[in-house]
Design a protein around this ligand. Structure first.
Ligand SMILES: Cc1cc2nc3c(=O)[nH]c(=O)nc-3n(C[C@H](O)[C@H](O)[C@H](O)COP(=O)(O)OP(=O)(O)OC[C@H]3O[C@@H](n4cnc5c(N)ncnc54)[C@H](O)[C@@H]3O)c2cc1C
Length: 476
């Protein structure tokens, strides 16, 4: 199926693809968007700055936040793409290499590779009469009919300034630059921040450094990766019909028994109920804290020569500080006027549809309380259904366009997420699914059905190993 229209140079040197959708990025979001458009026969072209698919899961993709020890945080059972389960021989929580292979198998299986232009970064996108002028790093210019930004949210590190850092004699790195625990051998290491990556890196330091510390500002609930022998999300999913306030109560109680009192390990008591922040799914850090391999510290007051002074007045000599302080979200190839940024997050209908600009969509600009890929699939299907309705001038197109401008549903499932930038586009998976399904049903747009993508499939040749994959240009 040739879905990429032949190039036609206009008098301005701009290649006219005004009947084609441009997808920026061939990470998980870009791949699932491509599969949905392909299935509906909507022409599209994907641009990917790196030389292969997989997004952040490719540790060799420059600027990826991946590190050697990273494993999936959600379990394989609830984290696969729709109708494309992870292999049976994968563990409950696959490694980053296995996840990378899984994405590449996905792209091969659905024949997406020929539709992706690799080694091509999008430099700038500007609106022109309802279409979009797209300029690439190789100075090609295109006119596309629509844009799906799927370029990810972890490419711009948030690196806070620390008092006294100019005279600090140790090293300060953002976690994006952390790759391998060999860095820690024989060193005294401080990790700042207890998000999922921060906790993982603290555990690497606990096992490899002379001494590791983790500095946290607030208390968190730590959810073990397994509860009663089941992956935590599988265990929780069994109770998804229970109202959130009940599961907050039950889970809160259960964690007290399973994990115990974290303040005994030097961590602050959580100042919020469970699920009111993005869950920290990690039991290894608790193990390390209990064995003294990692020591909990409060917020940093200042750096002083070769040491770090903490807010409780304690002082430690530190050789390496890793700032696991997250990322600033950005869509750097589009002027800020194209998206309404609130608390550092783009304000989009259902986190997907631009309220002010036609034919401008985004996929992957949200965070949620579980595995993202099936959700990405459902979102991609919604975007594709809207584009299809628009192309066919179906009456649902105008009805949905009106919703994009006027509908502002709360998608938090009545959970009071903490009032932080991170949680401003945080969606509760069950609440989101229910609302999206309701709207989709009203439009008469079909939900995903098992087998619906099968006609795109071709047999894949599996390498049969989970070894690091070659990253040379692949455009098969
Ligand atoms: C350590 C870690 C563990 C995680 N664990 C889980 C988990 O267990 N479950 C889960 O669901 N999620 C997890 N996540 C979240 C993760 O972000 C998603 O799984 C997923 O990678 C997001 O996909 P994406 O396509 O939106 O973005 P990305 O993976 O960032 O992909 C974006 C792609 O766009 C490309 N790109 C960027 N800018 C441009 C440009 N200007 N031009 C062309 N191409 C561009 C990039 O090269 C990249 O390939 C984890 C994240 C981290 C860091």
């Amino acid at each position: 199926m040739d879905l990429v229209k032949n190039k036609q140079s206009g008098s301005t040197g701009t290649i006219d693809k005004s009947d084609t959708i441009c997808i920026v990025g061939a990470g998980p979001a870009g791949l699932t968007m491509a599969r949905s458009l392909l299935a509906k026969g909507i022409p599209f072209q994907v641009f990917e700055k790196h030389n292969d698919v997989g997004g952040i899961w490719d540790i060799n993709n420059p600027g990826s936040p991946m590190y050697e020890s990273a494993h999936f945080i959600s379990s394989k059972y609830l984290s696969s793409y729709f109708d494309f389960p992870m292999p049976e021989n994968y563990p409950d929580y696959p490694s980053n290499l296995q996840i990378l292979k899984y994405h590449r198998d996905f792209a091969k299986t659905y024949n997406l590779y020929p539709l992706i232009q690799f080694n091509t970064s999008i430099k700038e996108i500007k609106e022109q009469d309802g279409c979009w002028i797209v300029e690439t790093s190789s100075n090609e210019k295109y006119l596309f009919g629509g844009i799906v930004c799927a370029s990810g949210i972890t490419w711009s590190p948030n690196q806070p300034k620390l008092e006294g850092e100019r005279n600090f004699t140790g090293k300060i790195l953002h976690s994006v630059n952390y790759k391998s625990p060999t860095l820690f051998h024989g060193k005294r290491v401080l990790i700042v921040g207890a998000g999922n990556s921060g906790c993982d890196i603290a555990c690497d330091a606990g096992a490899n450094a002379e001494q590791a510390f983790i500095s946290v500002r607030r208390g968190y609930h730590f959810i073990p990766k397994h509860i009663l022998g089941q992956p935590a999300d599988v265990f929780g999913d069994g109770a998804h019909w229970i109202p959130n306030w009940v599961s907050q109560f039950v889970f809160g109680r259960l964690l007290k028994y399973l994990v115990g009192d974290l303040t005994k390990l030097g961590l602050p008591a959580p100042d919020h109920k469970i699920f009111e922040t993005h869950p920290i799914i990690n039991d290894q850090l608790i193990h390390n804290l209990r064995h003294g391999d990692v020591i909990a510290k409060p917020d940093i007051e200042k750096l002083e020569g070769d040491s770090v002074v903490f807010k409780d007045g304690s002082k430690e000599k530190i050789d390496i500080i890793i700032l696991a302080t997250g990322y600033n979200w950005s869509i750097p190839y589009m002027d800020s006027k194209y998206f309404e940024w609130k608390n550092g997050r783009p304000d989009l209908y259902l986190t997907l549809f631009n309220r002010n600009f036609e034919n401008l969509y985004a996929l992957g600009y949200m965070e949620t309380d579980g595995g993202a890929y099936k959700m990405f699939d459902e979102m991609a299907n919604l975007i594709a259904s809207y584009i299809e309705a628009k192309r066919k001038n179906h009456p649902t197109y105008l009805r949905f366009a009106n919703l994009i401008k006027t509908d502002r549903p709360l998608l938090n499932g009545k959970i009071q997420y903490l009032n932080t930038g991170r949680h401003s586009v945080y969606v509760n998976q069950v609440a989101y699914k229910n609302y999206r399904s309701k709207i989709q049903k009203k439009m008469g747009w079909l939900e995903l059905k098992p087998g619906q993508f099968n006609f795109l499939k071709s047999p894949i040749v599996s390498s049969g190993t989970e070894n690091r994959l070659p990253t040379s240009g692949i455009s098969q």
